[in-house]
Design a protein around this ligand. Structure first.
Ligand code: NDP
Length: 609
């Protein structure tokens, strides 16, 4: 295989066939017939992985009162929706959250090194509204969690919130046009409107490795980091209790990439069990300059958001404000297309596809070359190289991860795509090799492809007792990813069937929050008891979404993972769940802005009793 890289003007000679063959070989090693079924729910010995180790549960009386809006989930979806509601003058808002505080993923994920891969200037919502300057281009989890708290404080969202409260059932009462919210606290709250932002990466999953229950040492999942066992804290303080310990980590996804440098620093010996290497691009983090930040004109964050989303989804802009790995690949594709058109090529889907493939091959070759440049041992370097397209898996950006393998106490145990064979009382087996361990850290990710009710821990029953799981049996059905027929006064907050911008999740949420607040404001002003999408509008929207070529999920040529249904078939259901507006996020936001502003709310019915 021969690949050379170089500027667009001297087009690289790429042995594309050879590269594709290698990609296919590596993917095939990883395909398994059990797909999503390979993972285990944390039950039995692992049931505690669903509990909250950070906040003690304090008993309280059950609530039976009524609020105007119940906001389910205190992560960024709930916070930005709550903020938009308050901005729209709707004060009677109650956040209901399973964790002991706001923050969602950033409440649960406190592993050392946790940070966001998307630049803070666009990832952290409502920066201008809360007056916060991010400390760095990419910020660590404690700062993100603190920002979540800042949003809650700024908009008075703590006032009526209930924490450490798990919803068990949500049901629509047609007689009173109210939602009844049952919880594990014995609550039976009532709400006129409900917003639901339960997030996709919420419920930890475990690798389905034979014998996992039999391990006699200590173990935990990265989303419930056990600092009592390891020592240290979320700010990255030394985990002194790991000195002299043999620690294993299973998984090398985005989470593992961030915590492995810390485990490598502190563990006596660290064994990294790898099934598929992640692609590790340059991070280049740096502090934000206060003078520069204060020179930004009001309205800057919206300009940055639009600029990032435009460039990241193949659009054109005069400058790249964020300048990161996400916009880099898009810029390369764009520059190639311009060069091709300049050289006389026609503007066709083939030209675009070729530009995409060439840019991706070039980028991945750079990423593989970076491994060679950093990792001293050539055999280890070879195993750390990713052989797939960059967006097949979550791209990672890190400047210390690869270097960690140069430590003498850090051992890469590559499983050649097969995964760990089994676990016994004293450690882990890969082939004929047994690795004795004191502790196993499961960096095995979260349930993504399973039904929403299983992930959120409760079922939602709409009109006539229809459950959301039944309504979505063949995949999500909605208008704009928010309104669901048969579920009046319910609003879903998430990227699917809407803007679907995966590189900056919070931007989807902030805009969805704005839409929801506008609709609820209108319903209240109109004295409408119910607002609901019509069946026809929902169906038309789903049909539109199904025409999208921009499905988040879906490339069967990719190495398996949750981006492509673990290599399983991509049917109608997966496509519906993973698709957005066919013309992309920026076009969606322009569309929804017009929809919100013209006052007609096409596709919705506002009803008085
Ligand atoms: P992932 O699902 O991405 O990774 C799970 C890891 O466990 C994979 O490496 C997987 O291998 C491995 N694994 C599973 N089963 C086995 C097995 N039997 N033997 C060996 N290895 C196994 O979870 P993460 O927690 O890393 O990340 C989840 C998501 O969270 C990310 O995709 C990202 O969206 C988000 N995230 C975002 C961050 C950010 O900066 N914004 C930071 C961290 C996470 P394989 O790849 O072969 O399946």
């Amino acid at each position: 295989m021969s690949i050379t890289t170089g500027p667009v003007s001297d087009r690289p000679a790429i042995d594309r066939e050879g590269l594709r063959r290698k990609y296919r070989e590596e993917r095939d090693k990883r395909l398994r017939p059990d797909g999503n079924e390979q993972y285990l729910q944390p039950t039995g010995r692992f049931a505690h992985l669903l509990e909250d180790p950070y906040t003690p549960r304090v008993e309280r009386e059950p609530l039976t009162d009524e609020v105007t809006v119940a906001v389910i989930g205190g992560g960024f979806s709930g916070l930005v929706t709550g903020a938009r509601l308050k901005q729209a003058g709707i004060d009677d808002v109650r956040i209901i959250e399973g964790g002991g505080d706001v923050g969602g993923a950033w409440y649960w994920n406190r592993y050392p090194g946790a940070m966001c891969d998307t630049a803070a200037m666009v990832y952290l919502p409502l920066l201008e509204e809360t007056g916060h300057m991010p400390s760095h281009k990419y910020v660590f989890a404690p700062e993100i969690q603190e920002h979540a708290r800042r949003i809650a404080r700024t908009f008075g969202l703590y006032d009526n919130a209930v924490f450490s409260t798990q919803i068990t059932r949500l049901e629509w009462d047609d007689g009173s046009s109210r939602w009844i919210i049952h919880t594990d606290r014995g609550d039976r709250m009532r709400a006129r409107f409900v917003t639901m932002g339960t997030g996709p990466l919420h419920r930890p999953k475990l690798p389905g490795i034979p014998g996992i229950e039999s391990f006699g040492g200590h173990c935990f999942h990265t989303s419930r980091w056990d600092y009592d066992y390891t020592g240290g804290d979320p700010s990255g303080a030394p985990m002194t209790n790991l000195a002299g310990k043999r620690v294993g980590i299973i998984g090398t996804g985005a989470t593992a990439v961030q915590c492995i440098p810390y485990l490598g620093r502190d563990a006596g010996d660290l064994f990294v069990f790898q099934r598929t290497p992640s692609s590790i691009d340059v991070r280049n983090n740096h502090p934000i300059d206060a003078d520069w930040f204060s020179s930004l004109e009001p309205g800057w964050q919206q300009r940055w958001l639009t600029n990032f989303a435009t460039l990241q989804t193949g659009g054109f802009a005069d400058e790249d404000l964020v300048k990161d790995g996400w916009t880099d690949i898009s810029q390369r594709i764009r520059d190639r297309v311009i060069a091709d058109l300049g050289a006389g090529a026609a503007f066709t889907p083939e030209t675009m596809l070729r530009a995409y493939e060439d840019s991706d091959d070039e980028k991945m070759e750079e990423i593989r070359a970076r491994v060679d440049a950093i990792v001293g041992d050539p055999a280890t370097a070879e195993k750390l190289k990713p052989w797939y397209r960059q967006l097949c898996k979550r791209p990672c950006f890190h400047d210390e991860y690869l270097d960690t393998y140069n430590r003498p106490n850090v051992h890469l145990v590559d499983t050649d795509g097969k995964g760990v064979d089994r676990i016994d009382e004293s450690g882990v087996w890969v082939g004929d090799t047994h690795v004795e361990l004191d502790c196993i850290v499961f960096a095995s990710g979260f349930e993504v492809g399973t039904p929403a009710a299983r992930r959120s821990g409760f079922e939602t029953y709409g009109r006539d007792g229809l459950s959301l799981s039944e309504h979505w049996e063949e995949g999500m059905q909605s208008l704009h990813g928010i309104h669901v027929h048969g579920f009046p006064n319910l609003f879903v907050v998430g990227p699917s069937q809407g803007s679907n911008l995966i590189s900056n999740i919070t931007q989807n949420l902030t805009e969805a929050g704005r839409t929801i607040a506008t609709v609820i404001r209108h319903a209240l002003d109109d004295s409408a008891d119910e607002v609901e999408t019509t069946e026809a509008a929902e169906q038309a929207w789903v049909e539109l979404v199904e025409t999208s070529e921009r499905a988040f999920i879906g490339n069967p040529e990719c190495t398996p993972g949750y981006y492509n249904n673990e290599g399983g078939p991509i049917g109608r259901k997966e496509k519906r769940n993973g698709s957005g507006y066919p013309d992309g996020p920026v076009a969606f936001w322009q569309f929804i802005d017009r929809w919100r502003s013209d006052g007609r709310f096409e596709g919705l019915e506002f009803r008085r009793r």
